[in-house]
Design a protein around this ligand. Structure first.
Ligand SMILES: [Cu+2]
Length: 455
């Protein structure tokens, strides 16, 4: 038994049982090789608001196959099997995250990613997360929404000792729920440095109706001063808003087939609440951070408020072709920080003529790695109108800088209309959908080849 393992058992015993007064029978049972036995041990320890709905008769067949969720711009965390246990390796570490073509921040995340890689399991799975702390300070992981034994809850000093820099720690539990959960550091400042990732538990028996596409989005806010790369985690005002760690227009659009049913899982890990709006369609909320909602509670809407620490799962029938916006509707969350381009300069748009402002913009544009596309037309007397300009100088077209297979075929200067928490769900008819998925596959394959050549 390694030192880490020994320490784990000692701590689990101290915090999980002795400290909290749990019965002897539960102590030290967190690591078992037989998932069935583990499940039996944990049964009866969880209470659901709907009653003891998890007590089910012996399964006659295995769990239904499930459709994995896609997290745009974030990878899945792979796992290995140890007997019947799914084993994941998660490393907390500093991460450089390019949130816009001209802005890279020093965030903290997991396995080189911020947000951390997506963990996908199935209801009933026994899961082990071998965790390593490569941060310069102590941390722990909380499994948000999951009903796990107290010694797995990841709260420093309450349910475990903080995990010191360089230390490993093993979490292990049975996932008896289904739904959209997430993992995060239980330190408030670390949360605001980006330490969160999806933990999706697919149901043992498929949801009805079945979805054909399943996408996940994590909402985050950042306060990063111009010429700076480190987020100010004490700030209450945010100048960068991201989906899955990227700001529009750099966010990868979602691709769906016309006529399909689309599921969108949205998780908020920030300081603000975000009303997430879908254009051109109505959706229903089919789940929360607590799991699937009964169909009798579904009603049509197109804007769902995702509060801090909440998850909202929405579904809709993609029956209209087009590139439909999915965005936060808070006006200040539909912007990027222009200040990063201006640095210590100011554009004198409010009290000067268009020509001067334009020449300033062009000078600025030369200093950043994309071409500034001419802004939308303005009236000849624009400067005589009180309040001008509002959006006239906001838009920054950067189609080439953010081009990827998923943006293929969008109209020229599409990127000028997108900033902040904003992305597209592109609903494509069969043939275009097939072409698009092939294009994506080809690009990813050649990227993989390039990577393996380089390493
Ligand atoms: Cu918002």
């Amino acid at each position: 038994m390694s030192g880490t393992r020994r320490r784990f058992f000692r701590d689990a015993a101290f915090f999980g049982a002795g400290f909290l007064g749990l019965s002897e029978a539960l102590r030290g049972e967190t690591q078992v090789s037989d998932p069935q036995a583990a499940r039996a041990i944990e049964q009866g320890r969880h209470h659901s608001p709907y009653g003891n709905h998890k007590k089910k008769e012996a399964p006659t067949s295995g769990p239904d196959p499930f459709l994995p969720m896609v997290t745009p711009d974030v990878a899945d965390l792979p796992h290995e099997m140890d007997g019947g246990v799914k084993v994941f390796k998660l490393v907390a570490e500093p991460v450089k995250r390019k949130i816009a073509p001209f802005k890279t921040i020093d965030a903290w995340g997991y396995n080189g990613s911020c947000p951390g890689p997506t963990i996908q399991v199935q209801q009933g799975d026994r899961v082990r997360i071998v965790f390593e702390n490569k941060l310069p300070e102590a941390t722990s992981i909380h499994w948000h929404g999951l009903e796990v034994p107290i010694e797995q809850d990841g709260v420093p000093w309450i349910s475990q000792k903080p995990i010191a820099p360089g230390e490993k720690y093993v979490y292990e539990f049975t996932v008896h729920q289904e739904g959209t959960f997430f993992y995060h550091s239980h330190g408030a400042m670390q949360e605001m440095m980006g330490m969160i990732g999806f933990f999706v538990a697919h149901p043992e028996r498929s949801y009805k109706p079945r979805a054909d596409h399943d996408f996940g989005m994590i909402l985050q806010e950042w306060a990063v001063l111009p010429n700076n790369s480190v987020p100010n985690t004490a700030a209450m005002e945010f100048n960068w808003l991201t989906f899955n760690g990227v700001s529009a227009p750099a966010i990868t659009p979602m691709i769906a087939r016309l006529g399909s049913r689309v599921r969108l899982r949205i998780v908020n890990m920030g300081m603000d609440h975000h009303p997430i709006h879908l254009h051109g369609n109505q959706f229903v909320v089919t789940g929360t951070e607590g799991g699937r909602a009964p169909e009798s509670t579904w009603y049509p809407m197109n804007t769902v408020l995702v509060g801090v620490a909440q998850a909202r799962v929405v579904e809709f029938e993609a029956k209209y072709p087009g590139s439909w916006m999915v965005h936060c509707h808070l006006p200040h969350h539909m912007m990027n920080s222009m200040m990063d381009l201006l640095k210590d300069r100011a554009i004198e748009t409010a009290n000067t003529n268009d020509a001067k402002a334009l020449s300033q913009m062009e000078t600025l544009a030369k200093s950043v790695p994309f071409e500034h596309v001419h802004h939308s037309p303005i009236a000849a007397n624009a400067n005589a109108v009180p309040g001008f300009p509002q959006d006239a100088f906001m838009e920054m077209g950067m189609d080439d800088a953010v081009a990827k297979p998923e943006t293929h075929g969008l109209p020229p200067n599409w990127s000028a209309g997108m900033m902040g928490m904003m992305t597209l769900i592109r609903v494509l008819p069969d043939r275009e959908y097939e072409e698009m998925t092939q294009r994506i596959k080809n690009t990813r394959t050649s990227e993989q080849k390039e990577r393996s050549h380089a390493s």
